[in-house]
Write a new protein. Sequence first.
Length: 271
Amino acid sequence: MGVLAAAAFAFIWSTGFVVGRFIHGAAEPNVFLALRFGIAAVLLFAVCAIRRPPMPDARTVGAHLGIGALVNGVYLCLVYIAIADGLPAGIMALFGGWQPVLTVLVVALLTRRAPRVTVVLGIAASLTGLVLVLGPGMRSGAITGLLLVLAVLAALLLGERLPGPSLQLFGALAWSVLGISVVGMALMLHLVRTTSPTTVAIVVLAAPPLAAVQTYLLFGDTLTLLQVAGVVVSLVGVGVARVAEARSALPGRVGPASEADGEDPAGRRLG
């Protein structure tokens, strides 16, 4: 079940880059994001009103709003603007591919636990695959509540206008709201709670090569044999790192983390 959830999340997450290109000609980027987050907010508030789950305290809400504003506000606004200005979705995904590396480093610093060597090797292999997949595009010269506020502000500052109704717009909104904002984020939270942030970061490394394959299938972007090999290398690297991280989390396993913390295999404190 965990593997299926991780695979589904990687696929859904990768489509976010593709949507940024798909909406070209149907909607301007930040107006689209404002519509997406607005609809998603109304939908999720309705679900909460019906199910009445326990709500977080004010401090936690503030932290969530801050993180969400950076990830889904500033980050996505800049991503969609870049794609609208001609940056290929696959190249944008390459920059996104470095996020997991930073996540692993931040987690290691906060927990004072170095990641396993196999995890590092898997990440390195995956990044090598990303370079193979997206490298030709780099050489071709082709690069030319708070979340909604950020998207609206960006749209107003850039002079973006409301789009006219179209099947292209409705399809992109339906997938972005239900697929990415609802199902995708739910899968991410599930993986974080059942595994670790490092594991989720490793899975995210599969998104850029998947995005490259999707742009090839949907928009006719070419994939050379070298790029196909890069897709394989990247996904294998993700698999290696994912398995290594899962094994390091097994109960009763002796590893560098437990020894460094002064614990025996049973989890008892030594000394």
